[in-house]
Design a binder for this molecule. Structure first.
Ligand SMILES: [Cu+2]
Length: 148
């Protein structure tokens, strides 16, 4: 069972206990962990325990991607990116071919992180503007990045 690192404290236990599927955001504002603003990931770095599903949400009107830096994927970890590409070059080509892998306004992308280490990523169209981030997976992290 994946743990979810939603930015809230109430309700986190119920989710972890297995309330599968949709409808988790009723009345809650924090149904995602990282927002994609017009030009950056916010927060740029989140720290989570292994097994956490991190959710990104595009809170802007710009199309973004969440694309792993292939050279920084920890050993033994499959490449990951929005659009489910299997390499960074495929993700970058896909974007150029017609915005494949794009996450549009109000859309979400989620990925589950099992392996301890730093999982660095970027947004293909906005990398040069500094739209980069990292998911730090640590045994010491709490399930909710806003705790502590
Ligand atoms: Cu972007």
């Amino acid at each position: 069972m994946d743990r979810r690192a939603f930015l809230r404290s109430a309700g986190a236990v119920a989710v972890a206990a297995g309330v599968a599927g949709c409808g988790e955001s009723s009345g809650e504002t924090g149904d995602y962990d990282v927002s994609m603003t017009p030009r950056k990931f916010d927060p740029a770095t989140v720290e989570v325990p292994p097994g956490t599903t991190v959710v990104w949400k595009n809170t802007s009107t710009h199309a973004h991607t969440v694309t792993a830096y292939e050279e920084e994927v920890p050993e033994g970890v499959d490449y990951w990116a929005s659009g489910e590409f299997d390499s960074q070059s495929a993700a970058e080509d896909g974007w150029l071919d017609g915005n494949e892998g794009a996450i549009y306004q109000e859309e979400t992308y989620e990925h589950t992180f099992e392996t301890v280490g730093t999982h660095s990523y970027f947004c293909v169209p906005h990398e040069t503007g500094g739209m980069v981030g990292a998911v730090v997976v640590s045994e010491d992290a709490t399930a909710d990045p806003t705790d502590a």
